[in-house]
Design a protein. Structure first.
Length: 434
């Protein structure tokens, strides 16, 4: 039996946990939308974003729309101090995805197992995160924002529910929770209506970066002033998150040797795969109930059509996440041989924008397993057919739980061993959170 709830109330972020215990009308200390503004319909989020930046709705007009944005350079602040500070509640938004009350929108969200496509939720979270940042940086006197706000990082998404129902309304809430000079951390929560009450489905932390109108240089954003001890705690957590990310990246196995404990793990795996009948380092044997890592991957190709562009005429980050998630899910499904459920998404770094027209190559790899859990890494790169160059654009980390216990994935080469250890590090970090 799988646990139906993978996280527990006391481990939820305080804002969400208190929201739930206070009957879900809003976050404490943040405005209750039922008293003032009504929540935004999910279909209006992207429309609002297009209006805010003046994005074209037709691809043929996109060059002109970008030209018009150049003139907005003069509206950029020279120093962060010149921008008025904002409070957390200034950027607080609620969005409704009315799967229960408007059945006609269900189709887009439905998967064949009669639950909600998580890839679609990733797209909605990405758009909402950007809208929250535009709300934080909004200047009343400016009809168009000079900022190009892009997703830099999905720090983490932890799910509390195994299944997202396709016939119950969903509510997203979120606000800016920390601000640097040009970057903003956004915390979002997703809840689903059951028997008159909203219960938590997931919480997510994204980092967005503001750039100039042409998306070429970083641009300052309004400072954030915490207003209560609780908000100070949230802000401090944002600061700690930044430090944690730096530490994690400094200790990356691409830069540093594994720890002594990790080296032992790798050597134990190596010893466990030696063929005892031959006295050779080369002769390797797969232990029972195991799969070589090289046999635990799937690949996909995506042509990036204009339809998938974002408001800055690059490929929409949510679309990239959806495609990577779906390949990650398929990789876990074909590996485990039963239905996998997403538990966590972490540390998705958007290293480079993906241009419209790119050939996007996605590689899904099972890199770590434990009991019913499968840790999948999806590497995405663009391939330029003219120059024959490859560039990594993203690395995605997904943790799945499978219906049945899964075989152990076993690395053979040193490179695979590093992937295995990296997967183990991500898995351990996820397990600490849920
Ligand atoms: C159809 C309608 C659809 C509407 C949807 C609208 C949503 C649009 C959202 C998107 O789709 S965005 C598309 C997906 N994202 C990208 O394509 C971004 C690709 N990556 C980049 O362009 C650059 O890597 C990025 C701008 C994110 C960072 O560039 P740099 O590495 O040159 O950053 P820089 O060193 O100048 O640092 C700028 C800030 O970013 C922060 N930063 C950079 N990378 C980061 C990271 N990985 N994590 C956290 N913070 C990061 C950095 O700390 C710093 O913050 P502070 O100024 O506050 O100190």
């Amino acid at each position: 039996m799988l646990p139906t709830r993978l996280c527990i109330m006391r481990k939820l972020p305080s804002v969400l946990a208190r929201t739930l215990t206070s009957g879900i009308s809003g976050s404490p200390g943040l405005p209750d939308m039922s008293e003032g503004q009504s929540p935004i319909h999910v279909n209006n989020v992207r429309r609002k974003l297009r209006d805010i930046v003046g994005a074209s709705t037709n691809w043929r007009d996109h060059v002109q729309a970008m030209q018009e944005r150049k003139a907005l350079h003069t509206l950029l602040a020279k120093r962060q101090e010149d921008l008025p500070p904002r409070r957390m509640k200034d950027s607080y938004l609620e969005v409704i995805l009315p799967l229960g009350s408007q059945p006609e929108i269900r189709e887009k969200y439905l998967n064949v197992q009669n639950s909600v496509r998580f890839g679609r939720i990733l797209e909605d979270l990405d758009s909402l995160g950007v809208l929250i940042c535009y709300t934080h940086t909004k200047q009343e006197m400016q009809p168009r924002s000079p900022l190009s706000i892009v997703t830099a990082l999905v720090d983490k998404i932890n799910l509390c529910q195994k299944i997202i129902h396709p016939d119950c309304d969903i509510k997203f809430t979120g606000n800016v929770s920390w601000v640097g000079k040009t970057s903003m951390e956004v915390k979002m929560h997703m809840l689903q209506l059951h028997d008159g009450d909203y219960s938590p489905v997931l919480d997510a932390t994204f980092v967005m970066v503001a750039r100039d109108p042409e998306n070429t240089r970083p641009a300052f954003v309004n400072p954030l002033i915490p207003e209560s001890p609780e908000e100070e705690e949230i802000f401090k957590q944002g600061e700690l998150n930044k430090m944690r990310r730096i530490d994690f990246s400094t200790a990356s196995l691409l830069k540093m040797a594994p720890t002594a404990e990790e080296r032992n793990i790798v050597h134990d795996i190596f010893l466990n795969t030696l063929d005892t009948r031959t006295v050779s380092f080369k002769s390797r044997k797969l232990p029972p109930n195991s799969v070589w890592m090289e046999d635990a991957k799937l690949k996909a190709l995506q042509i990036c059509h204009p339809e998938e562009r974002n408001i800055f005429n690059r490929i929409f980050g949510g679309f990239l996440m959806r495609k990577a998630f779906e390949l990650g899910w398929a990789t876990a499904c074909s590996y485990g041989g039963s239905r996998p459920f997403i538990v966590s998404v972490d540390d998705i770094m958007f290293q480079k924008p993906v241009e419209v027209g790119s050939l996007l190559l996605l590689s899904g790899q099972v890199c770590y397993t434990e009991n019913n859990y499968i840790q999948v890494r999806v590497h995405s790169e663009v391939y330029n057919a003219n120059t024959r160059e490859h560039h990594t654009t993203n690395i995605f980390h997904f943790t799945f739980i499978s219906e049945n216990e899964v075989p152990q994935v076993v690395p053979k080469t040193y490179g695979e061993s590093m992937l295995y250890l990296d997967g183990k590090r991500h898995f351990t970090a996820v397990m600490k959170e849920i």
